[in-house]
Each structure stands twice: as C-alpha cells, then as structure tokens.
Design a protein around this ligand. Structure first.
Ligand code: E4P
Length: 221
C-alpha cells in the first residue's frame, strides 16, 4: 500500500521524507491556503523533495479552464498529478489528460457511482473521502471496499486513494478494504509507528542491556 502525505507544509514534508516511507503527496486549495505560500513554487519544491506522485488541484469549475490550469500544473514536473473535482466538467478534463498520458487524481468522491465514472474517464487515482463520510455517520471504509469490488469486477486500473483519513485505525481498515494508497495528515503518519508495548519492550531491553555493562561498538569483532 502506498502512503502519501496530505500537506503543503515543506518543513513537515522534509522531516517525514527522511523516513524513506513517503510515497507521494496530496495537496488541495485549503492546504495551500493554510501554508500561506504561493501555489506553483510550493508544488515545484515538493516535486523535487519527493520523487513520487504529487497531486496539485485545479481551481476552475469548467473543463476548458481546468485543462489550461492542469496543463500548467503538469508542466511543473513530471511527477505532478492533476487533481480534478468529481463533476462532469472535472471528468471531461480527466478524459482529456488521460488521452495525453498525464496523471490525474479525481477528488471529492463520496459514492461508488462517482468512482465508476472516474474510472471510465481514465483517472489514475480516485480519492474517496473516508473521514468526511464518517463525520456524517456514513461508512467510508465500506465505500472503499465497494469501489474495490467494482473496479476488480470490470478490470479498471484506476487506483483507489483513501483520502480524508483521520486515524491509524482508518489506515488499517483502508488497507484491509483493498485501497491501493492512502493520504494521511502528518500526525496520522507519525502515529502509525506507535504502540505502547513497543515503547515498554524497548525500555526493558535497554535497561537489561545497560545492566550487562557491554557496548556493541566497543566489542572486538
Ligand atoms: C485529499 O486529497 C484531500 O486533500 C484530503 O484528504 C481531505 O481531507 P480533509 O477531509 O481532512 O480535509
């Protein structure tokens, strides 16, 4: 499963990239606004920092302008993924980019029928918003599993990118539901490695080791 980070904060991305476990990045207009930075140079910097797919979202709502914006974004670097809203206009732009071999991420997906349309339009990724569904009491993970079943039945190659993730438990559930990738807020990514028994076990090992008075690097080989 590929793990992307959902942020436009370069300092945070630099720190997380050092783990070697970040496969890509997603941004959206809200995250760009939160960064307080200019959109195009920010995407360029992220593309240099992380070699994987970097989603950059158009701001237009009509297909012709989305296509112009998407072409500009795709020109920033070869790893840019043009992010498009799940509307008929967004899907028209998606089909255009698919015919040009430009990667796309169709975002704001909340239903299986929307995901079906995204696949038919040739999307590289579709982003079902798990957290926003669950905020409303709906089952975001079930949506992932249903999209997986439909895509597998018809052999669609569009990758399911679980988005709007709020907890490590949702990452686990998304993996079990067959999502190809998940995009995580930085805090959720950091929490994936945590377990109280890991901390407790490590503390015990270190204490017992200290008691031996030995040093691995001090030993003769
Ligand atoms: C996905 O591409 C979106 O940027 C993101 O996951 C939305 O998450 P939110 O619902 O926490 O804003």
């Amino acid at each position: 499963m590929q793990l992307f980070i959902d942020t436009a904060d370069i300092a945070v991305l630099k720190a997380l990239a050092e783990t070697g476990l970040v496969d890509g990045v997603t941004t959206n207009p809200s995250l760009i606004a939160k960064s307080g930075r200019q959109f195009i140079p920010t995407i360029a910097e992220i593309c240099e920092l992380i070699p994987g797919p970097i989603s950059a979202e158009v701001a237009a709502i009509d297909a012709p302008t989305m296509i112009k914006e998407g072409e500009k974004l795709a020109g920033i670097a070869s790893n840019v993924v043009v992010k498009l809203p799940l509307t008929f206009e967004g899907l028209k732009a998606c089909a255009h980019f698919a015919s040009q071999g430009i990667m796309t991420n169709v975002t704001l997906c909340f239903s299986v029928t929307q995901a079906l349309l995204a696949a038919k339009a040739g999307a590289t990724y579709v982003s079902p918003f798990v957290g926003r569904l669950e905020d409303q009491g709906a089952d975001g993970i079930e949506l992932l599993a249903e999209i997986r079943a439909v895509y597998d039945t018809y052999g669609y190659e569009t990758e399911i990118l679980a988005a709007s993730i709020r907890t490590p438990a949702q990452v686990k559930a998304a993996a079990l539901a067959g999502a190809d990738c998940a995009t995580l807020p930085p805090g959720v990514f950091r929490d994936l490695v945590k377990h109280p028994l890991t901390d407790k076990g490590l503390e015990q090992f270190l204490s017992d080791w200290k008691g031996t008075g030995q040093s691995i690097l001090g030993e003769l080989g």
